[in-house]
Design a binder for this molecule. Structure first.
Ligand code: ADP
Ligand code: MG
Length: 296
């Protein structure tokens, strides 16, 4: 899925599974000192699974699965797919959604069986409805976030009805890749739309400290996060996979897309890491440095 990609850097890039768009890319690669990593789908596999469905007191599990599952069935987000699959596997009948809307980085909304339903981040639901979250659900969500998981708040007709806990797993190679980036003298930074606690928990698993985590960033604001680092004097490489990463990948001094990611991210990037293995990021930077030494 990389029609514009050209191979340079001696076929060595291809051996390493790295597609490079042009020779000018090598020069910017050499100056990079900061590597911004998207969390979901880049550091983690992006394959979400449902760990638990927690109805609010008095709510029925089957209704939560039917309404929440139907709503998420219209979503293309990995979170939505996981919840819809779980609901179907649990025996829920998934209904059509009227007026489905994906609110980037926040959640989804639509009308299911006459109910105005929403699923997403707690703060976003709270902005739409002046809701009081049941204490039992707040505790579930807090525990999930502390473990690096993502609580999805589900509600309809103005009330919170459940929390669905979803999680994906850190890729086996992510910690090694991040250690290699450090050994090359680079500063890794984790950037995500997910909640801060989940982001910090994932960061800790891969050797990134809490000070280098930028969380709860809306898709449109990821580009500003990169700009801010550049304004502070950093030369930034950004590694991402999603539609929500494309603008930031283009803004970065060097954009690296996961080959397993979306076409939009690949198009916006200078380099594609074909296999989706993050270790190709330090490989690419090492290759660029070595190639330039040869040229000069
Ligand atoms: P990332 O930056 O890690 O790739 P996103 O920007 O795609 O994450 O999503 C940020 C947050 O928005 C998610 O962690 C989730 O809380 C919420 N969200 C996005 N899409 C959905 C959805 N379909 N259902 C529920 N919540 C969602
Ligand atoms: Mg992503």
């Amino acid at each position: 899925a990389t029609p514009t990609a050209l191979l340079v850097g001696t076929g060595r890039g291809a051996q390493l599974g790295i597609l490079i768009k042009g020779p000018q890319v090598l020069e910017s690669t050499r100056r990079v000192d900061t590597v911004v990593l998207d969390k979901t789908g880049t550091v983690t596999t992006g394959h979400m699974g449902v760990l638990g469905v927690h109805p609010a007191p008095g709510e029925s599990l089957s209704e939560v699965l039917a309404v929440g599952g139907s709503l998420e069935n219209a979503s293309e987000h990995p979170i939505g797919r996981a919840i819809a699959q779980h609901a179907a596997a649990s025996g829920a009948t998934l209904a059509d959604v009227d007026g489905f809307t994906a609110h980037g980085g926040s959640g989804v909304s639509g009308v299911v069986g006459g109910h105005a339903a929403m699923a997403g981040r707690r703060r976003w639901l709270a902005e739409q409805w002046s809701l009081t979250a049941p204490a039992a659900l707040v505790a579930v969500a807090d525990d999930a976030e502390a473990l690096g998981q993502t609580p999805v708040w589900v509600g309809w007709d103005g009330a919170v009805r459940a929390v669905v806990v979803v999680a994906d797993t850190v890729k086996d190679s992510s910690a090694a890749a991040i250690a290699e980036l450090r050994s090359l003298g680079l500063r890794p930074v984790l950037l995500t739309g997910d909640n801060a606690r989940a982001a910090r928990a994932v960061a800790a698993q891969v050797g990134i400290g809490p000070d280098d985590v930028i969380a709860e960033v809306l898709p449109a604001d990821k580009v500003d996060a990169v700009k801010r680092l550049q304004d502070e004097g950093a030369t930034v490489a950004m590694v991402g996979d999603g539609v929500n990463d494309a603008a930031a990948l283009a803004q970065a001094d060097l954009g690296l897309a996961m080959g397993t990611g979306t076409d939009v991210a690949i198009e916006a990037s200078d380099l594609t890491l074909v296999s989706g293995d993050l270790r190709a990021a330090p490989d690419a930077i090492r290759l660029a440095r070595a190639t330039l030494r040869t040229i000069k």
